[in-house]
Structure formats: structure tokens, C-alpha cells
Design a protein around this ligand. Structure first.
Ligand SMILES: NC(=O)c1ccc[n+]([C@@H]2O[C@H](COP(=O)([O-])OP(=O)(O)OC[C@H]3O[C@@H](n4cnc5c(N)ncnc54)[C@H](OP(=O)(O)O)[C@@H]3O)[C@@H](O)[C@H]2O)c1
Length: 305
């Protein structure tokens, strides 16, 4: 949506849908879509399937990733699919002769899970795979696949003298245009929805508005000096501050008291520094108010609240 607004012609992909059962009207109804948006079918399980969509493009935003929080598949399979799919996309970019830069969407999950005892981490920190395995988290395969895929993408770019930058968003919050309830918005709203099993994730949460993430992708694509990894995270908030903020903002919601939060177990993750992105000239435009107001508005419109 933001690329179309910036005047770009856009190729996007959805997973194969031969019977046209998926509702993609949230894409086809975007302003300018009839003229400037083309939808292709591709799957990370078939690494060559992105070639047609990439042909003729000047830039590629590689956002898709396998997300399996129910651990339906073994970790090795999730990780291998992510790496193979990404390498397929990067090879197609290399062969296209038109792609000038790839922006690969990584995650704070590729940074924060290690035994460094610091308050804030920057791009020099990497998640440690053995550390994640010891955590035995339901999201472990996702953390590992984001870490190893980002590393492999950066190595591929080095090996082939190829222009690839990575963007590392923290928890993405804010409004959404698809009908699905995005997982990260759902978790960010755990206190508003009273979903206590998710409170452990909120102990020290780094967050960013989806519009800032979209703008940062385009900024990094266009900036002549962008290089390597870039954290994109505007706010870090403790669960105590979140409870105060949300209860004064939405007094009608059953936000838990500070006292009850003392029982919550989990680890307080380090915050994330976006200094490198800001030093390049990027500016965040949205705060926590816009994130929560936008998320709640979309939830109401789509029947989740
Ligand atoms: N949300 C966050 O807080 C957050 C934070 C940091 C980084 N990120 C990164 O941002 C990106 C988007 O994440 P999201 O939060 O928007 O999650 P999401 O809603 O689950 O999006 C993942 C996307 O990848 C697609 N996908 C999954 N497996 C695929 C496959 N085998 N082949 C092709 N496409 C496949 C999904 O397609 P379907 O729609 O068909 O399932 C979906 O469109 C990911 O790279 C994620 O790691 C997200």
C-alpha cells in the first residue's frame, strides 16, 4: 500500500491458490492497484517460484517467512525451508539483472536471544542458536530460522557482491488491512483482551508502528548509503508502564493491576537501539498512542473487539 502511494509499480506474491479461494480484495481494492499492482503466486517451499514475480523489478522486499508457533513441523524443516526459500529469491534477484537492492525483513528475534547482560542491544548482537534451544520456547524454531536466514542472506550478498540490506523490526503494532488478526498485534493487545497466558512476552517489550516499518523499508531501499543490518524499533516499554498507559487510556478495558503483574514469569528482554537507522536520517512518526488506537480501531472494524 505504501509503495503504491510512493508511486511505485508493485509485484506482490501470495501462496499458490489455484481455486482462487483466498480473499485478496484488501490488496486489489488499494488505491492505484488496478493500474500498478500485480499479484503472483509463489511459495518458499518452491525456491524457484519467485522468479516470475521478480523479473523486471528494481527492488525486492523479502518479507515472507514460515511462521509455525504450533510446532507442527520439526525445527530443522522450518529453518531449511526459510533458508532455501530465501536463497531461491536472492538467486532470482541476481539473475534478473534489474534488481538493484534487496531489503530482507529480519526480526528482533535474530538479535536479542543470547546471554549478554545489557539493557539495550544494537546490530552487533546476534541471537545464539544454542541459547534458544535451551529456552525450549514454542517460538524457538521461528527465532532460529530468522537468525540463520538473515546470516545466510548477508553471506550470500557478500559472496556475490550483491546489494542487500536487512531491516530488524521489533514487535509490530498498529492498524491492519488484511482480514487475519496479525499475531504481533494480538500479543501487543494481550492486556486489552485479558489474555493472561501472553503476559510473559510483555515484560519488556520493544515495539514499532507498522507504518514506520513500511516507511523504513522504503527508506532503506532508496538510501544510497544503507548497508548491512538496521534495527527499526521506536519504543521499549515495561509491563508495569504498559499497564499504567493502557489503564489510563482505555479505562473501560480490564487492564491488570500493577500488584497482579508481580506474579508474571518470563524474561525481560533487552531493548533495541535504532541509532544506526536514525543516523541515516530516518524519523519515526508514530508513538504508542497511534499504535494502540490504530490496532483497536482495526480490531473493532474486523470484529475482533
Ligand atoms: N509482526 C512482528 O512483530 C514482526 C517483528 C519482526 C519481524 N517480523 C517479520 O516481518 C515479516 C512478516 O511477518 P508478520 O508478522 O506479518 O507475519 P505473518 O502475518 O505470519 O506473515 C508472514 C507472511 O509470510 C507468508 N509465508 C509464510 N510461509 C510461506 C511460504 N512457505 N511461502 C510463501 N509465503 C509464506 C505468509 O503467507 P500466508 O498469508 O499465506 O500465511 C504471510 O504472508 C516476517 O519476515 C517476520 O519475521 C515481524
Amino acid at each position: 500500500m505504501r509503495l503504491l502511494e510512493h508511486g511505485y509499480s508493485v509485484h506482490t506474491t501470495i501462496r499458490p491458490d489455484p481455486e482462487h479461494k483466498r480473499d485478496v480484495s484488501f490488496l486489489t481494492s488499494l488505491p492505484e492497484a488496478s493500474e500498478k499492482l500485480q499479484i503472483f503466486q509463489a511459495d518458499l517451499s518452491d525456491p524457484n517460484s519467485f522468479e516470475v514475480a521478480i523479473k523486471g523489478c528494481i527492488g525486492v522486499f523479502h518479507v515472507a517467512t514460515p511462521v509455525d508457533f504450533e510446532n507442527k513441523e520439526p525445527e530443522e524443516m522450518v529453518v531449511q525451508r526459510a533458508i532455501d526459500g530465501t536463497l531461491g529469491i536472492l538467486k532470482a534477484c541476481l539473475n534478473s539483472m534489474t534488481v538493484k537492492r534487496v531489503v530482507y525483513t529480519s526480526s528482533g528475534a535474530a538479535v536479542v536471544f543470547n546471554d549478554s547482560d545489557v539493557d539495550t542491544m544494537d546490530e552487533s548482537y546476534w541471537t545464539d542458536v544454542e541459547y534458544v534451544k535451551a529456552l525450549k520456547s514454542f517460538a524457538g524454531p521461528y527465532f532460529i530460522s530468522k537468525t540463520l536466514t538473515e546470516k545466510r542472506a548477508l553471506e550470500f550478498a557478500d559472496e556475490h557482491g550483491f546489494d542487500l540490506v536487512t531491516i530488524i523490526p521489533s514487535f509490530i503494532n498498529g492498524p491492519f488491512i488484511c482480514s487475519k488478526f496479525p499475531g504481533s498485534v494480538h500479543t501487543s493487545l494481550a492486556m486489552v483482551l485479558g489474555e493472561q497466558q501472553k503476559y510473559g512476552t510483555l515484560l519488556n517489550m520493544s515495539m514499532v508502528h507498522v507504518d514506520d516499518v513500511a516507511r523504513a523499508h522504503i527508506f532503506l531501499f532508496e538510501h544510497p548509503h544503507a548497508k548491512g543490518r538496521h534495527i527499526c524499533s521506536s519504543h521499549t516499554i515495561t509491563i508495569e508502564k504498559m499497564s499504567k498507559f493502557l489503564s489510563s487510556k482505555y479505562p473501560e478495558c480490564p487492564i491488570p493491576s500493577l500488584e497482579s503483574l508481580k506474579e508474571i514469569e518470563g524474561s525481560r528482554l533487552a531493548g533495541l537501539s535504532s541509532k544506526k537507522l536514525l543516523d541515516l536520517g530516518f524519523k519515526f512518526k508514530s508513538g504508542l498512542d497511534e499504535m494502540y488506537d490504530g490496532a483497536i480501531q482495526s480490531c473493532k472494524e474486523k470484529g475482533y473487539l
